[in-house]
Design a protein around this ligand. Structure first.
Ligand code: G3H
Length: 526
């Protein structure tokens, strides 16, 4: 084992005892859970202890819910009624403080979830950009609504208002970026929030507690630690949550929704599983296709909801594709996140290699072969990506979202085969389509846009740039996220209307001149 560079060594554990409720950093005195990394710090393999986090339950969950509800105060709270300009200032203050924590957060991203150094840096920087872009977008939204419309003798001053209390739960593969892609727009639109970090990637949130505390009025952001079942379930059972914002799997999303007693009141912002296919047509440019399929299937070991999770290759080019693709897979470099040029890194879930092994064994039993030499090789915290061919619909690797390093390949002779499979699939997020002939591509594109929400032409699937809509059909998502759309997903159109008469004209004039109302205002921020 190579020595770990000085700056990335774990010299002391982080024993997190504080949590943020009602603007106060409280000290936890109850049980705690140890946080381990699957990366070893010693010659002989053993997981590294990184620290510990509070193991909270119902009383703290209720405390956080009360704080969020009081801060919202049935729409009368300081935060939901605050002028947009002031809410933006709070967010600017937060992002300024957040930027000072880059080094420690990047280090914890590497240790807690095994993300490579460049990708961890990218996750941090992309999140800061996301916050700044959200601020600019909110200013634009506010500018666009700083006016009055008149139709059929009725004036309207239409803006967007908050929804209430938002429960935010993010995924472990982007514990900073995707959680904040929910939390930040929810906060800035005037909602109050309760946030519980993902099961891995928890400690990296702790350097930000102070920034959350000092940037927002009390109760606007409440941060809890513990198991979802212990903390999120009791909150949902009260029926007092207005929005469930969750990026993760549909099992947890369903379980949480079902606990809310007033389903019509609950708004959902969900990013769930996907099984994005690559479809490789006979005239595809193979060099480019293989580059994109390597990135699509295996960046961050395939632990991305947008990862390519099944490849359909046309019969005519399948041998060539498999030969070249498998060679490239076996040339990828495996190592610790800080190792130069590393592409494959330890899996943060200790049980993941066994799960992937089960998928491989099942596929082999049902007739697939491992096409690459290293496929399925076991390490202490990893399993080398196995490229499986021919895969059929009976195999678990075809049916399940593997969310890890294993690549199922199917061949087709008739394009209807992958199209039928996509139509039957429970998922509908994105597709990658590789080919050149416009006469073949055009009817395909016209169909695929109705089966998924993003057709990537000669490109791998991905969420970014974050200004583009990120959503899905069927079981893959509810609502749309992007810098622009998220502000809408976490708010509702609400307005002041008045009939055109002297009394109203006079009253509105006075409201505008006195600047007493934060809502009725034609001032805007540049
Ligand atoms: O886990 C799913 C992520 O939204 C994927 O985002 O395409 O930027 O990796 P990405």
């Amino acid at each position: 084992m190579k020595t770990i560079p000085e700056e990335y060594q774990i010299k002391e554990t982080i024993d997190q005892r504080q949590y943020l409720v009602n603007g106060e950093l409280k000290t936890w005195k109850g049980n705690t859970t140890e946080v381990f990394s699957t990366i070893s710090s010693t010659e002989e393999y053993q997981p590294t202890l990184l620290g510990s986090i509070p193991d909270m339950g119902e009383p703290e969950a209720m405390e956080a819910l009360d704080a969020a509800m009081n801060a919202y105060n049935r729409g009368q709270g300081l935060w939901p009624t605050m002028h947009v300009k002031d809410r933006i200032e709070c967010m600017e203050n937060f992002v300024r403080q957040m930027k000072t924590k880059r080094e420690i957060i990047v280090k914890l991203l590497m240790w807690e979830i095994g993300k490579s150094l460049p990708d961890s840096q990218k996750e941090f920087d992309r999140t800061v950009d996301y916050i700044n872009d959200t601020i600019e977008e909110y200013k634009q939204l506010d500018r666009n609504s700083a006016n009055f419309q008149k139709n059929d003798g009725v004036y309207a001053h239409i803006k967007r208002g908050p929804l209430g209390v938002v429960l935010c739960l993010g995924p472990y593969n982007y514990p900073l970026n995707e959680t904040f892609a929910l939390l930040i727009p929810a906060i800035i639109m005037g909602n109050t929030t309760i946030f519980k970090p993902a099961k891995h990637g928890v400690l990296l949130i702790t350097p930000l507690l102070e920034a959350f505390k000092s940037s927002f009025p009390k109760g606007v952001v409440n941060i809890l630690f513990g198991r979802g079942r212990a903390v999120a379930s009791p909150i949902m059972q009260t029926g007092k949550v207005d929005v469930l914002a969750l990026i993760g799997n549909s099992k947890s999303a369903n379980a949480l929704q079902e606990q809310h007693p007033k389903s019509n009141r609950l708004r959902l912002v969900l990013g769930l599983e996907a099984k994005n296919p690559a479809i490789v047509l006979p005239d595809a440019d193979l060099d480019l296709t293989i580059d994109e399929c390597i990135a699509g299937t295996l960046s961050f070991n395939g632990q991305r909801c947008t990862a390519l999770k099944v490849i359909y290759v046309h019969e005519d080019i399948k041998d060539e594709f498999i030969k070249r693709y498998t060679k490239r897979v076996d040339e990828l470099k495996f190592g610790n996140p800080w190792d130069e040029g590393v592409k494959l890194t330890p899996l943060p879930e200790p049980g993941k290699p066994d799960y992937i092994q089960e998928l491989i064994d099942d596929a082999l039993e049902k007739g697939a072969k491992i096409k690459n030499k290293k496929g399925g090789q076991r390490y202490d915290n990893y399993i080398w990506p196995a490229v499986l061919y021919p895969v059929n619909k009976e195999m678990r690797v075809y049916q399940e979202e593997q969310f890890g390093p294993v690549v199922p390949i199917l061949s087709f002779s008739d394009i209807e085969e992958p199209l039928d499979d996509m139509a039957e699939s429970n998922y509908g997020q994105q597709v990658s389509l590789f080919g050149k002939d416009v006469y073949t591509l055009s009817p395909l594109i016209d169909t695929l846009v109705n089966l998924v929400c993003r057709v990537n032409l000669n490109s791998s699937c991905q969420r970014g740039p974050d200004v583009y809509p990120f959503t899905g059909r069927k079981d893959s998502a509810q609502s749309t996220l992007s810098v622009h759309d998220a502000l809408r997903s976490f708010s509702i159109r609400t307005f002041v209307a008045f009939k055109d008469n002297d009394l109203n004209t006079e009253t509105i004039q006075q409201l505008l001149e006195s600047k007493l109302s934060n809502f009725v205002s034609t001032d805007y921020i540049l």
